[in-house]
Design a protein around this ligand. Sequence first.
Ligand SMILES: Cc1cc2nc3c(=O)[nH]c(=O)nc-3n(C[C@H](O)[C@H](O)[C@H](O)COP(=O)(O)OP(=O)(O)OC[C@H]3O[C@@H](n4cnc5c(N)ncnc54)[C@H](O)[C@@H]3O)c2cc1C
Length: 472
Amino acid sequence: MSPPGAGDAAHFDVLVIGSGPAGQKAAVQAVKAGRRVALVEQEPGVGGMCVHRGTIPSKTLRESALQLSRLRSSAALLDFALKPGLEVASLMARLDEVVAAHVAYMGRQMSRNGIQLYHGRARFLSDRLVEVLSVDGSTRRLTAETIFIATGSRPRSPAEIPIDHENILDSDSILSMLYLPESLTILGGGVIACEYASIFAHLGVRVTMIDRADRPLKFMDAELVEKLVRDFERTGGRFLGERNIGSVEWDGVSKVVTRLATGETIESDKMLVALGRAAAVDGLDLAAAGLRANARGLLEVDAHCRTAIPHIYAIGDVIGPPSLAATAMEQGRRAACHALGLPPGSAAEMIPIGIYTIPEMASVGLSEDDAVKRFADIEIYRASFRPMRHTLSGRDEKMLMKLVVDGATRKVIGAHILGPDAGEMAQLLGIPLKAGLTKDDFDRTMAVHPTAAEELVTMYKPTYRVKNGERV
Ligand SMILES: Cc1cc2nc3c(=O)[nH]c(=O)nc-3n(C[C@H](O)[C@H](O)[C@H](O)COP(=O)(O)OP(=O)(O)OC[C@H]3O[C@@H](n4cnc5c(N)ncnc54)[C@H](O)[C@@H]3O)c2cc1C
């Protein structure tokens, strides 16, 4: 039966709002199960923030920074600097091409799968009825048995910081900066703050990071993070931890002035505010569907990503951390399976995390701190080295690898890596960790030589043990 007010609405089994990684996966899972699926996207291209303002653009700039840093380290005889006043866009020359190809590919994938795409802004008229407002002002009504809210997130803008998107920027506007600044202050110590801090530092910008915590990336292995901060400081960056912001202002001439509660003053050409993300639910008219965001501005869901209204699910950044494309996709797939009564497979306990700082950082499984809380006896295997493969080409990049092993069963329960291709390694390590393989299985595995990853199967002795919380 049509919901009240549906009129000539088009009816679908599944309606997805938002075409980012979460929405796409939910939509694809539903069509695979033979359902009629509609997807609404307000932007001209599909793909979400991930493609247009997040992962892809930031990694494009990172590639330029990485190439420059490798040139500098391998060509010690060359003394070069970037041209002053370099245009940021010139460092991302291939971005438009990469994004256009990606968007076209995803669009084709959707139409091949028979997903009906509506271009416009969606808002709820009731819990089963959605209105789509197109750019030309026309509206369309859609009804569905199951609705997925996958509208993502936007940068959090604290009221006391005057973000003007010209001098004081957020993670959406930072890449529209015309010229590479000489100095940049970054507020925050999360993934986005750290990635941009190391990227800009490697591009020769004087970067100052300011955070309330004593170190950035509190959820990652402390030793890896300490090394990352040391590397950042070696490239001319500064990390100011345990600092509260007093005020931020643009002086109207040439500098952003940041006053800290400690009395310190920091001046820089530009500022990046990276103080977390807020759910993008404005304009959705959640109340019409019987929903509301919680005090933190996020949509609350149960273990299956179901909201308080059982046929409406919320997936991806709109439900809050970890706010990664990888988790958004998995939430989309699992929620669609749940809604359609399909087995989703066991939940991923071993969530791999890749952080694209320079150097790259990645982990899968338990950190040392978490393992100590859950196991009476753990062993840490640790290697810090310069991969021979890289030194051959003159690259001066160090790696730090740690395996966390349960001393009782010998199972490898965590892996943490800092260095080139850390993300690729963590991805693959997820398989033996999920399968419950032991350190002895690792030791009996043949290694490809010369590789950096061979170290993972040749760390024969634990560096130290932690028994009942005591390091021995
Ligand atoms: C700088 C940066 C770097 C990042 N790097 C990484 C990384 O390296 N690895 C990683 O895993 N993650 C990374 N992320 C995070 C990742 O981009 C997000 O976690 C991911 O995009 C979230 O996916 P989503 O589907 O929930 O939302 P989004 O990708 O934000 O997609 C939501 C979509 O919904 C649409 N929408 C919103 N409201 C409406 C409406 N009312 N009607 C119609 N459409 C609507 C939006 O236009 C958007 O297209 C990064 C993020 C940033 C900002």
